[in-house]
Design a protein around this ligand. Structure first.
Ligand code: FE2
Ligand code: FE2
Length: 285
């Protein structure tokens, strides 16, 4: 049976700064890009997975699929909370969000279901080696950040690792054509990159008080080269026909995060620089 858990968490992100990690401004902006992208991509995944579920004949994959889709829907809603908090401060970003959702909706409508399943299967396989690098280097990337935003991403990245096999299992069950997925991989990557680039340009327009220098450079400049190379190798390996997400090396932090969750700790403010949190309201009287 699938061990995925649906965790609905009350995120409190109202008023979080656009540059939520002053020590890592380029990385903070990249994760803001990911927040916008996640809303569109996860909505796209949910639409495809829901349709796939009408065709899945294996009960275990059907159960996994439903839980996977629900996790993604919860992620999309959580990132909407983050993005809405940014739009409140920079109203021009509403047009950016509308654009991202429309682009994914158009992509979904333009292709058959197997295209969307290959897209989600291929990209979801990349997330484990990519997010492992981020989580392994959390001290440098997240340590100086606003705990409210940091905790949102730590939770999401851990759940991506948790459901790392789901999308590929659905694709392999319903389509199973490795060649089709491989032939489209470059297209999926190009599509994601064009959206990431578009988001950066939109931010420059709609968030004018961020210095131009913050939009430049490598978001992972502070990450050791060995860690980046391992991640890059893992990303390429994740697209091989023999790739099994279950056998991936996982970041230690995944178990640590689960420990916090099982302990009942407040996962909305789990990590980061607590000095950046707003002052609690003074009790009346
Ligand atoms: Fe997700
Ligand atoms: Fe996912």
């Amino acid at each position: 049976m699938s061990n995925l858990e649906i965790r609905t968490i009350a995120w409190d992100l109202d008023g979080v700064p656009f540059l939520w990690n002053p020590d890592q401004p380029r990385f903070a902006i990249l994760l803001n890009q990911i927040s916008f992208l996640a809303i569109g991509f996860e909505r796209y995944i949910c639409r495809a997975t829901r349709k796939a579920e009408t065709q899945i004949t294996d009960p275990e994959i059907a159960a996994e699929s439903m839980l996977f889709r629900k996790q993604e829907a919860v992620h999309s809603a959580a990132h909407k909370t983050h993005v809405k908090a940014l739009i409140k401060q920079y109203p021009g970003l509403q047009s950016t969000l509308t654009k991202v959702i429309q682009i994914y909706d158009d992509l979904y409508d333009a292709h058959p279901l197997e295209f969307a399943l290959a897209h989600s299967g291929g990209l979801e396989a990349i997330f484990t080696p990519f997010f492992k690098m981020v989580l392994d280097n959390r001290a440098v990337l997240f340590g100086g950040g606003d705990p409210r935003v940091v905790s949102l991403f730590l939770w999401h990245f851990c759940e991506e690792i948790e459901h790392r096999s789901s999308a590929l299992a659905i694709y392999n069950h319903l389509v199973g054509d490795y060649g089709y997925r491989l032939r489209n991989t470059r297209r999926f990557m190009k599509f994601s990159k064009s959206l990431v680039d578009m988001l950066l340009e939109d931010f420059k327009v709609h968030v004018p008080d961020v210095p131009e220098s913050c939009f430049k450079g490598d978001p992972f400049a502070s990450v050791p080269l060995s860690s980046k190379l391992r991640s890059t190798f893992g990303i390429f390996a994740s697209q091989a026909p023999w790739h099994n997400p279950e056998r991936q090396p996982l970041p230690d932090y995944y178990q640590e995060w689960l420990g916090h969750w099982n302990n009942g700790d407040d996962v909305t403010r789990l990590y980061g620089n607590a000095a950046l949190l707003p002052e609690p309201p003074v009790p009346a009287g």
